[in-house]
Design a protein around this ligand. Sequence first.
Ligand SMILES: Cc1cc2nc3c(=O)[nH]c(=O)nc-3n(C[C@H](O)[C@H](O)[C@H](O)COP(=O)(O)OP(=O)(O)OC[C@H]3O[C@@H](n4cnc5c(N)ncnc54)[C@H](O)[C@@H]3O)c2cc1C
Length: 394
Amino acid sequence: MSFETIAADFYGFESSLTDQEKDVIVRLRAFLEEKVRPVANDLWAKAEFFDRDVIVKGLADLGLFGQPWAETQQFPNSAVFRGWVALELARVDASVATLVGMQNGLVMGSIAVAGSPEQRAEWLPKFASGELLGAFGLTEPLSGSDSARGLRTTAKRDGDNWVINGAKRWIGNGSISDVTIVWAKDVDDEQVKGFIVPTSTPGYSAKRIENKQALRIVQNADITFTDMVVPEANRLQESKSFRETAAVLRLTRAEVAWAAIGNSIGAYDAAVAYSKERFQFGKEIASHQLVQELLAKSLGNITASIGLVTRVSEMLDEGVQKDEHSALAKEYAASRMRETVAWCRELMGGNGIVLDYGVMKFFADAEAIYSYEGTREMNTLIVGRAITGKAAFV
Ligand SMILES: Cc1cc2nc3c(=O)[nH]c(=O)nc-3n(C[C@H](O)[C@H](O)[C@H](O)COP(=O)(O)OP(=O)(O)OC[C@H]3O[C@@H](n4cnc5c(N)ncnc54)[C@H](O)[C@@H]3O)c2cc1C
């Protein structure tokens, strides 16, 4: 099977990937068409997780977990390639993109950024192979945007152990993961630290959040920790303050921007196809000027966003990407996504709100992508601080 850029990549950005990277993209597309697209709407409607043996194992076999990290990297690859992986996943289903983003970025990223060499060697291969499914526990019932200073979950050192108490909310995979990375405030020095917590640990209790109407395949959970004892060996050894947590989020935020574009393309592709099938006033709606305008505006949003995220990923590889760069990319791509999925929904008239017509899942999932990994407001404030030198987080 040979590589072709997708129609929504209007300027052909994806053609700049290496042959090896293109080969992975071709195999990923085939996997998604065969294993994910046929089941995505049904699982979404039922709010059920993927078949782990098929999807988590299949993504692991494609080598999608662990590409950024030395211990698990299968071949040299760029941040732009990993961005394209996120886009390709999300244009079929944003939940599968979220699954890879959590396992590869937030979970393995926490261990890669804040773990000791021994912890990296012990844990990363198990996540890379899909043997372990991970979750990332930062957000709390009373602390979302202000998690840098608002965490209430506590960790108290007790000899060779830590005792953790508190609660987390919104944790993706939290009720089905084997291991959850838990961020808690050390009561002695008041600094945030990360812990590798097997979910079988006594005191760990997770409950799925019901009636969620976006990213319904992702199993988000409320978690409580009651006198949960975690060995010092499971504390991320280089995690000394929220600085390390922020470093993980900096790595993953730009990839969420890529996923936002993929989610837009999923809706756009369905809208283009529908415009050629639906007839009104005696001709296909694709030949009505105002319908073409919706498509052209959508493609403009997608194309501008790809240009932006391509550069921000290059900056990561060059070692010059800062918080404000990934914040601007996420804010911009997510805002353009929200416009785009609405235009694509509008183009379909009433059928646009029916899941089977292929836009509604992307329309609803856009709302979750818009708010996680930093809301529009938080990312705007990070950029505003860089512009003015004034922090306006009040
Ligand atoms: C589907 C989904 C999956 C998620 N997965 C995970 C996960 O795996 N792990 C995890 O730890 N978290 C996860 N989250 C949590 C996510 O990161 C938070 O929802 C997000 O950070 C926002 O926090 P919040 O929902 O508590 O909103 P809040 O912080 O309560 O914000 C509410 C509103 O107030 C605005 N606001 C807050 N402060 C300011 C201010 N200073 N100035 C201007 N506006 C402000 C916000 O921008 C927002 O619009 C997930 C969330 C969702 C929806």
